[in-house]
Design a protein around this ligand. Structure first.
Ligand code: G3P
Length: 218
């Protein structure tokens, strides 16, 4: 299972990199706007933090302009992955960009039907948004299960399922059980996975007993 960090905080991503938890990075226009920095500078900074794909999203709505934006974004670094929305124009841009061997992450996926089209358009990744489906009373995790099940039926589909809009470590467990290829989540959610009260208690108990020996290792 690959972990992508959904965000642009360099320090947080560096910290996760030090424990091997960063296989890539995803951004979107809202994440970029939150940095208050130049889009190209942010993506350049992020591309230097990982050898994995860094998703940079186009903002055009028509395929022709999406492709123009994509070709410009690709000049930033070789690990830039172009994010396009799951629309007909986005699929058209995806199909053409993939002919040029450019990585494409088709985002804002909310149905299995959309995911089938992303795979047929040759997307490198499809990003089903779990949290935003949950937000309107649907079952985001069920979508991941459906897409994994459908993709498993067709060996010709090379698109990786990139579970996105993740709001809890519980969701990451469920995503892993379903066999999604990638999860992208904020660094805080990834970090929270390590926490367990019994681990903390176990360390305290071990050290209490160790202190009784009067020994030290160093
Ligand atoms: O960046 C794509 C996706 O992870 C966004 O998540 O929480 O804004 O729905 P969210």
């Amino acid at each position: 299972m690959k972990f992508f960090v959904d965000g642009a905080d360099v320090q947080e991503i560096k910290a996760l990199s030090e424990i091997g938890m960063v296989d890539g990075i995803t951004t979107n226009p809202s994440i970029i706007a939150k940095t208050g920095k130049n889009f190209f500078k942010v993506i350049e900074e992020l591309c230097a933090l990982t050898q994995g794909p860094v998703s940079a999203e186009v903002t055009a709505l028509d395929a022709k302009t999406m492709i123009q934006e994509a070709l410009k974004l690709r000049t930033i670094a070789s690990n830039v992955c172009i994010k396009v929305p799951l629309t007909e124009e986005g699929l058209k841009a995806c199909y053409e960009l993939r002919q040029k061997d450019i990585m494409v992450n088709v985002t804002l996926c909310f149905s299995a039907l959309q995911a089938i089209m992303a795979a047929k358009a040759g997307a490198t990744y499809v990003s089903p948004f779990i949290g935003r489906l949950d937000d309107i009373g649907h079952n985001g995790l069920h979508l991941i299960e459906e897409i994994c099940q459908i993709y498993d039926q067709y060996p010709e589909f090379s698109t990786e399922v990139l579970a996105a809009s993740v709001r809890s470590p519980f969701q990451i467990r469920e995503i892993a059980l379903m066999g999604a290829d990638v999860v992208t989540a904020p660094s805080s959610i990834i970090r929270s996975m390590v926490k367990h009260p019994l681990t903390d208690k176990g360390i305290v108990d071990f050290l209490k007993d160790w202190e009784k020996t009067g020994q030290s290792i160093l």
